[in-house]
Design a binder for this molecule. Structure first.
Ligand code: NAD
Length: 335
């Protein structure tokens, strides 16, 4: 029998999780929620999803001509697991509702680790969420850091890691935030990204700083790692070439920036032009005097999507072996 998945909050992340669940043969979408009638709500119905709305909002949707299947409470009662993709700030209320409905739930990186006490990354700690009622898939940036730091730590040991995150200022579908012509440093230091990596790898030392720049398409990380064991540049290239959901690109092939990475994703025929892998510049990897330097790009809208699928499998005890679950997810999503 397929696991019944509900999506709470059908926005940037929610709609992508819905598509990815549709692609799997061991789970199915039983419904998605929207708080207000909008083109996205209408599109969800057009795509065949049953739409659930907050109590008291039914009339707004009917007036807008958008067919609804019931209220959010109805959906929480029908699902085995809810993937909560709402913006930050609503988690406490929903957590109570999920507890009352006796349904499992996954939150996203906008929530703190303390909400669930378990944070998830398929490469690094798949088994920690095994059978759990609640878990949290870490943010896009943290997912990116874990995808490369975990294999590095396993093979060579990470003594210390310094990362500067060059962050996109808004998602492509968002017209509300900025900056649109400035570079904005995060002055609350160190930024939350290092501690967030530690929510999955508590033993690792990561120090992070971040600046926001006027781009919408991807984040870039500039990373320096003091390795515990000797490794050459070629060793690290080999390690990353085999690391799950990491993709090597080269400037000499014309991939000079995030623009070409996104073009590549579109050329690959990916749904919504998504790049689920963390992209590392092969010719930007260098080991010198025990220090490793590299750059990676993170497609913020999509790198966490396969992680949500594996988190569902771990929490619902579908596949015990992380590698097997990841391979199944990746095959279905064309990764
Ligand atoms: P979004 O704004 O694109 O989508 C949020 C959705 O939730 C919208 O459909 C909105 O209508 C709905 N919503 C708003 N209030 C709600 C409420 N009270 N109840 C139910 N639904 C409500 O947000 P997003 O970018 O998809 O982010 C969702 C989560 O994923 C956040 O925790 C965010 O930090 C995290 N995340 C976002 C990104 C990213 O780059 N966009 C990357 C990784 C993780």
């Amino acid at each position: 029998m397929k696991v019944k998945v509900g999506i709470n909050g059908y926005g940037t992340i929610g709609k992508r999780v819905a598509t990815a669940v549709d692609q799997q043969d061991d789970m199915e979408i039983v419904g998605v929620t929207k708080t207000r009638p909008s083109f996205e709500a209408a599109m969800a119905v057009k795509l065949g999803y049953r739409l659930y709305v907050p109590e008291g909002r039914e009339e707004d949707f009917r007036k807008a001509g958008i067919k609804i299947a019931g209220t959010v409470t109805d959906l929480f009662g029908k699902a085995d697991i809810i993937v909560d993709c709402t913006p930050g700030g609503f988690a406490d209320g929903y957590k109570r509702m999920f507890e009352e409905a006796g349904v499992k739930a996954i939150w996203q990186g906008g929530e703190d680790h303390s909400l669930t006490g378990i944070s998830f990354n398929a490469t690094a700690n798949y088994k920690e969420s095994w059978g759990a009622q609640f878990s949290r898939v870490v943010s896009c940036n943290t997912t990116g850091l874990l995808r490369t730091l975990y294999p590095l730590d396993k093979k060579y040991g990470v003594e210390d890691c310094y990362v500067t995150l060059i962050r996109r200022s808004a998602d492509p579908g968002d017209s509300k935030t900025g900056p649109i012509n400035a570079v904005e440093p995060s002055t609350k230091l160190p930024t939350h990204h290092g501690p967030d990596v530690q929510s999955v790898m508590p033993w690792i030392k990561v120090h992070s700083m971040a600046v926001k720049v006027p781009t919408t398409i991807m984040h870039v990380h500039a990373i320096t790692v003091r390795l515990g064991k000797d490794a050459t540049t070629e060793d690290v290239v080999k390690l990353f070439s085999k690391a799950p959901r990491v993709k090597l690109v080269r400037t000499k092939d014309g991939v000079k920036s995030t623009a070409e990475v996104m073009e590549m994703a579109r050329d690959m025929g990916r749904s919504r032009g998504d790049m689920f892998e963390i992209v590392v510049w092969e010719d930007g990897i260098k080991v010198e005097d025990g220090m490793l330097y590299y750059y990676q790009a993170v497609h913020q809208e999509s790198d966490v999507i396969p992680e949500n699928i594996d988190c569902i499998r771990s929490m619902c005890k579908l596949i015990e072996d992380p590698a097997e679950s990841m391979a199944k997810t990746d095959r279905a999503m064309g990764i």
